[in-house]
Design a protein around this ligand. Sequence first.
Ligand code: CTP
Length: 403
Amino acid sequence: MSVLSGKNVLLGVTAGIAAYKTAFLVRLLIKAGAKVQVVMTPASKDFVTPLTLSTLSKNPVHSTFYDREEENEKWNNHVDLALWADMFLIAPTTANTLSKMANGLCDNLLLAVYLSAKCKVYFAPAMDLDMYKHKSTKQNIEKLKGFGNVFIPPASGELASGLEGEGRMAEPDDIIKFIENDIISKLPLRGTSVLITAGPTFEAIDPVRFIGNHSSGKMGYALADRAANLGAQVVLISGPSHEELKNTSIQIVAVTNAEEMYLACQSYFSDSDIAIFSAAVADYTPSKVASQKIKKKDASLSIELKPTKDILATMGGIKKDQFLVGFALETNDGIRNAKSKLKKKNLDLIVLNTLQDKGAGFKTDTNKVTLIDKNEKITTFELKSKTEVAKDIFDEITKKLHA
Ligand code: CTP
């Protein structure tokens, strides 16, 4: 999956012959899963038509401050466009636009959007060899880099003038790869291994029956997706769950019962930098598993249970540098019980959810959590989607790791 997936990409097109390549650029961005809007300088419409770009981007193209053709003239709000974007890619960037950007000129919609943009701006210059070599162009590029904009270098080759040399806009494929690599290189959990447990465990009674619980795995899967999106290498040890992962880079280890989860954690824990135990592991398992289906009788039936290993407490006992996170699902005395688990299991952070909060806990798509760190600092959060809760948890972890 591309790191561009789900991102709002605003493509700025200026008036160079390379503008014809923006049709391919839009297609590649859409293929990578990005949402695309296009803003063009008026003169760039001589090189590629707005109709082409609006068809490919599936969005209207913006080029003027207001649309004259519409019955009710409509103001194209450059601030809204800039705020919508997760990134602004200006490709091609002509020498003229480059110079205007460097000097804060604002005589068209694209430049107004650029000046209002708070997101990352990528610019891919395209011009003739001598224009590219000119000192003022070099200065403008340096100035823009100094503003925090990211320069996508042009390629060498045959130019529209017939000259050979530097100045051709980078190929659309290379632009996409450049941006993906730039995003990946800045992800906060790049080079970090994250281990996550999720879902319930099923403890067999006989070949057809088990003792289980209502955990769906939703919270753990959301955490795994979040960690992978932040650039981590993720191993997800999951009990039986119907959840699906969005990020295909995650390694999933499927287990059924507490003992299997314990063994899997033992294999992966020592290589992890962050370990989050969100699984609802059975505390007890049948002492004996009947080899044949237990037949119905008139008398009552007792099943003897023995305790399972506490996986989290075991890993807390052997941890070296791992940042260890546990969950506590409580019905009463939440803070007190969570603090005691945090200490007993040697954790760095515990995520408390109480079944008293509506919308929190098993099976729901939402959760309401309180985070308690090892200094007993308590942070409470509102009821949110589990995806957002996963974001809050990782924000807290990355803050602590980089403190
Ligand atoms: N946990 C675990 N292995 C177990 C039981 C629990 O790894 N055998 C982990 C859970 O994944 C969770 C944390 O321990 O991160 C807390 O689990 P919980 O069941 O709430 O705590 P217990 O210590 O089992 O206490 P109790 O059931 O009495 O509340």
